[in-house]
Design a protein around this ligand. Structure first.
Ligand SMILES: [Zn+2]
Ligand SMILES: [Zn+2]
Length: 758
């Protein structure tokens, strides 16, 4: 990758070992010619592999002997144009320790300068307009370096050698503090960051321009401030993220494991979901009813200064209006956020690519991504086998990401969002063009979801009309393929794929989401079993109103009249009218497709035990999240269920599980116990399905994917039970298990299955 300080590192290493020669980038990577005695060359080679700078990824080192030329000294050669074009753009990187020291050193010329960066840190992807990556092709183009910065930039021994965004207080970007009408505040103190920190301590809500977009900040300990922010942002229950200054501050908010601390402090600085400490004093409104808090560490000098001055961690939530994309252009931000923020802390370095914060957690001591965006995108994902052609995969509808792929790498995009409005659709289209240019991908095949109404499918169809071969990939096939590609599994490997998910268009037109497959990346996947179909009354309305799923299950199981007589709070709350409404929808099959969705089954159970959010969800997947939160106490035995042979495969008799839940509710069992028992049941369902497939000659390796596996209780229990039965289990580790990961699976499957036919 470019801008990660590799050539200066080689230069320094060569000088240390008395090596003469040169280093340059060429088409295949970095090319080094080294002359010296055998011992020094050994040390030099070892140093390249072992001491490479933090951002450089050394995939392989190959060497061979050359005749000595009698070189004098060691030099960095300018790259040729071709090599520069091929070099990859790095993701944005959190401020390094060296830069941080300068920012807080009163004697340094960059003291309190919020845009300090070097070759080891700073903005990259978010400021890059085109390749080759050069100052002139970034949003830093309009800032001319002062002589001192220029000197650093040209000195191979300097930490800022070829640091494209290099800047200082004399020549670089500046911050300004504005009121919500865009007028600059001039009053004392005239340090806008210091002033902002004081306003935040005084209950203000401030929009802060960051690396990939605007944040909305407030004091997380001030219940009133947080409530105001929720009210203005029209966001009821979805948790806000916090930003802490450093690990010490994070430890006062949450319990952390060593793995979680590594993730928090990694150069990507994602929001990490951590177990919250009740005694931390964070307002309940920050994350209502959650036992976790999303925490990230400061990742730009501006954040470091602000948090230093404030002396407390801050709420830092995406600067948007409920479902709109994050604001990143200054004029738009004032318009979009003017009704939410009291003040705006802005700066004059434009953001070229809007990029949301990434979100991750640690599962079984390994990173488990939830949203892969800032700090990760557009890093290449290595795959086990090279792509046969250049591919564009359009992803899904919600949490959309797309993927371009060629040779041995896939480039999964930053988080685009839900493709439901004009703004996200525009960033989807522009993002694809940008990625194709950045990575020199000229798509020869476009992969898309089978859902006829996804806007991403529309986009693929447009390309198809203009002559590009297109391949539809079933949603859950893509999930399983994504998990396999994520784990760099070989294309020939036969696996059992389990996709537990919200919704995806099935090959039979039903809404799938509780699927058991057998197959491989090479040959594709065959459906062996699934959760029993139940009606999805009112289609997408049932997704927003989980009580509909509970009634659909009850009416299917007990019939309309008996359901009305069940002494269940869930039925009473829904009311007789709604029971009859659901019964009619089912009877006449009005906008009521069959579904095998695991997400909807979680919804139904959540509604049966009346956890919050089941009347109407305020964010996607809320009912399932609340159900997981409700779980309490040992599960004991799961609810009884059976696999029933049907057509060429089998179905999991979900109705029996529902009957068990209803009986537990009627017998007065606590909500916590029912939730635990249901989670246990779902883990047992996965194991039973896998054993059925393995029992008839199927493989013993299992890939787990789909949005429902964001549920940690379910994930951990499922893996534990599978491993007890000697299954080898793969889960996600580089891309999300939710729909944010499916573009990768689409790309790999399209390449294998469809590539063979052409
Ligand atoms: Zn630095
Ligand atoms: Zn300067």
């Amino acid at each position: 990758m470019q801008g990660v300080g590799f050539r200066p590192f080689v230069y320094a290493l060569a000088r240390r070992h008395g090596i003469n020669g040169l280093v340059r980038n060429d088409a295949e990577g970095v090319h080094i010619e080294a002359e010296g005695d055998a011992g020094s060359l050994d040390h030099f080679l070892r140093g390249i592999e072992e001491d490479a700078p933090p951002l450089a990824v050394v995939e392989t080192v190959a060497w061979h002997r050359l005749a000595a030329l009698g070189e004098r000294g060691f030099r960095i050669e300018e790259s040729r144009e071709g090599a520069r074009r091929r070099a990859l753009v790095s993701p944005d990187v959190a401020t390094c320790e060296d830069c941080l020291t300068e920012v807080f050193d009163p004697s340094d010329r960059r003291y309190r300068y919020p845009f300090t960066n070097c070759t080891n840190c700073g903005p990259r992807f978010t400021i890059t307009r085109q390749v080759p990556y050069d100052r002139a092709t970034t949003t830093m183009a309009s800032f001319e370096m002062c002589p001192e910065c220029q000197k650093e930039y040209e000195d191979p021994t300097d930490r800022r050698f070829h640091a494209q965004p290099n800047a200082c207080p004399v020549c670089g970007p500046r911050v300004r503090l504005l009121d919500r009408f865009g007028h600059e505040l001039q009053a004392k103190p005239d340090d806008p960051i210091l002033r902002t920190s004081r306003m935040l301590r005084g209950r203000a809500i401030v929009a802060i321009k960051g690396l990939g977009g605007y944040h909305l900040a407030c004091d997380p300990f001030d219940e009133k401030a947080v409530k105001t922010l929720r009210g203005r942002k029209v966001r009821q229950d979805k948790p806000f993220a916090l930003m802490a200054r450093d690990l010490n501050q994070a430890r006062k908010l949450c319990r952390t494991t060593p793995e979680e601390e590594l993730l928090l402090a990694s150069p990507a600085r994602p929001i990490v979901l951590l177990e919250r400490l009740d005694e931390a004093g964070v307002a309940d409104e920050v994350a209502p009813r959650q036992n976790t808090l999303g925490v990230m560490l400061a990742y730009t000098p501006l954040h470091h200064l602000l948090l230093h001055d404030a002396g407390i961690p801050l709420v830092m939530t995406s600067g948007n209006n409920s479902d709109e994309p994050i604001a990143y252009r200054d004029e738009e931000a004032l318009e979009q956020l003017g009704d939410i923020a009291d003040f705006f802390l802005v700066h004059d370095r434009p953001i070229h690519m809007q990029t949301d914060d990434s979100v991750a957690r640690v599962a079984r001591e390994v990173t488990y991504p939830i949203r892969r965006s800032r700090g990760y995108a557009p890093s290449p994902l290595r795959v086990a086998e090279s792509f046969g052609s250049h591919i564009l995969a359009c992803g899904g509808e919600l949490k959309n990401t797309f993927c371009v792929a060629k040779d041995g790498h896939a480039f999964l995009s930053h988080h685009i969002g839900d493709l439901e409005n004009y703004e996200t659709l525009t960033s989807f289209r522009e993002g694809i063009e940008h990625f194709c240019k950045l990575f020199d991908v000229r798509p020869e095949l476009v992969a898309h979801d089978l859902h006829p109404e996804y806007l991403s499918t529309d986009y693929a169809r447009e390309l198809e009309v203009s002559g590009l071969p297109a391949a539809g990939v079933q949603h859950h096939h893509a999930h399983v393929a994504s998990c396999l590609a994520d784990n760099e599994r070989p294309a020939e490997e036969r696996v059992i794929g389990v996709a537990l998910d919200g919704t995806g268009y099935g090959t039979d037109g039903a809404v799938w989401g509780g699927e058991f497959f057998e197959g491989s990346l090479r040959r594709g996947f065959a459906r062996r079993g699934h959760l029993e179909y139940v009606p999805l009354p009112g289609g997408s309305a049932a997704i927003r109103q989980p009580w509909r799923m509970a009634l659909a299950q009850l009416v299917s199981l007990y019939g309309e009249d008996e359901t009305l007589e069940l002494p269940l709070a869930a039925v009473r709350q829904a009311g007789d009218r709604n029971v009859r409404l659901i019964a009619r929808l089912i009877e006449h099959e009005l906008n009521t497709p069959p579904t095998s969705s695991a997400g909807r089954l979680f919804d139904a159970v959540a509604a049966l035990i009346c956890v919050p959010g089941t009347e109407r969800t305020t964010y996607e997947g809320q009912a399932a999240v609340e159900l997981e939160l409700a779980a309490d106490g040992p599960a004991g035995q799961g609810y009884p269920f059976r696999l029933r042979a049907e057509n060429l495969g089998w179905v999991v008799e979900v109705s029996r599980i529902i009957r068990g839940v209803v009986e537990d509710v009627l017998s007065g069992r606590e909500v916590g116990g029912i939730s635990s028992r249901f989670h246990r049941t779902m883990a047992e369902v996965v194991v039973a399905g896998c054993e059925r497939i393995r029992g008839v000659g199927g493989p013993t390796t299992v890939a787990l994917s789909g949005g429902t596996f964001q549920n940690m209780l379910l994930l951990n229990q499922t893996i534990k039970l599978l491993e007890e039965k000697d299954f080898v289990v793969h889960k996600h580790k580089r891309v999300p298990t939710n729909d944010g990961g499916i573009a990768l699976g689409q790309a790999v499957l399209a390449d294998n299955v469809f590539g063979e036919q052409t």
